[in-house]
Design a protein. Structure first.
Length: 319
């Protein structure tokens, strides 16, 4: 695509995302989202259990997920290190994996097909261990302080609020129950991911993007309530950022789905995770990534993350 065509395309997508954000009518104070669609519950509260422990000695973090939970780990560690923490962040990753598939690979493994990428990030923010493990091996590998889960929202799971729960709830409960039996002292969290940008095959227009956002949000709320899990409100932070003219139609890669480093998605995700796990505000952080990220975007991303976490856990949650 020529440069001029790209510019026009991204301008159109930017306008669409603004319409999407406006139609969502996001109210930070009441944490309620209202949309103009009879299919969407007009009031979805994002409250799960009490906030995670935010322990100073927090060390071992296990992130179980897919391609929406691994690309920001370097940034997360850097923010934690700047604040005086020294966690071991471990990512168990299988592309496109749903919670149903996680449960299947755990309880009915198939040799070869049940293998995950297993990454440990060291104190320099680098992957110091890259191995292949099964989900069972990873769960038993260490005494985890924090374990997080997330869902992969494909076409079927994003069709409606009911579909989101149908494809998520029973398998998430099984996984959380298993994880608690193995690690009774660990904090359990649900990673609320983000809606695909307008232009993705699951979000061809703003109406479908609103639906996907609400399905992801509603499912996250239910998983927290049903499983006594805390929430990592990344999806809310993305909506906040998309409302900010300093960010606008950024955050994603060209595939309109995955978080982009240069477009701010990875940094935003790290800020939300940092505030949720460690109880420290990311606003005013002086750490900067080593890739090209517009300086004017950084305070906008910090503020978007902080507002999302404060909306769930209160302004006093972070210091």
């Amino acid at each position: 695509m020529l440069t001029t065509e790209k510019s026009i395309f991204h301008h159109i997508i930017s306008l669409r995302n603004r319409i999407f954000a406006i139609k969502s009518k996001y109210l930070k104070e009441s944490l309620v989202i209202t949309v103009e669609s009879p299919e969407i519950n007009p009031a979805i509260e994002l409250f799960g259990s009490a906030a995670p422990a935010r322990r100073k000695e927090l060390k071992h973090i296990l992130m179980i997920g897919n391609s929406f939970c691994y690309s920001f780990v370097t940034e997360l560690y850097a923010l934690a290190a700047e604040a005086g923490f020294d966690p071991v962040i471990t990512n168990l990753y299988k592309a496109g994996c749903t919670v149903k598939e996680h449960w299947t690979w755990l309880t009915d493994p198939v040799e070869g097909a049940d293998r995950y990428s297993y990454w440990i990030t060291d104190r320099n923010g680098r992957r110091c261990v890259e191995e292949i493990k099964t989900i069972g091996e990873a769960i038993d590998y260490a005494q985890w302080d924090v374990i997080t889960l997330q869902q992969h929202f494909g076409a079927k799971a994003t069709a409606s609020l009911e579909a989101g729960l149908e494809h998520t709830a029973p398998y998430a409960k099984n996984l959380f129950d298993h994880l608690r039996a193995k690690h009774p002292g660990a904090d359990m969290l649900w990673h609320q991911t983000w809606a695909y940008a307008v232009g993705h095959r699951y979000c061809p227009d703003e109406e479908s993007a609103v639906r996907v956002h609400n399905v992801v949000r509603h499912t996250a709320a239910q998983m927290c309530r049903e499983n006594n899990a805390a929430i990592i409100p990344v999806g809310q932070a993305w909506l906040n950022a998309r409302l900010d003219s300093r960010v606008g139609d950024a955050l994603v890669k060209d595939d309109r789905a995955h978080d982009s480093a240069e477009n701010g998605g990875c940094y935003l995700n790290a800020c939300v995770w940092f505030e949720t796990l460690f109880g420290k505000s990311c606003v005013g952080s002086l750490w900067r990534p080593d890739y090209s990220l517009r300086e004017e975007m950084i305070p906008a991303l910090q503020e978007a993350a902080h507002a999302a976490v404060a909306a769930v856990y209160g302004e006093d949650y972070t210091v």
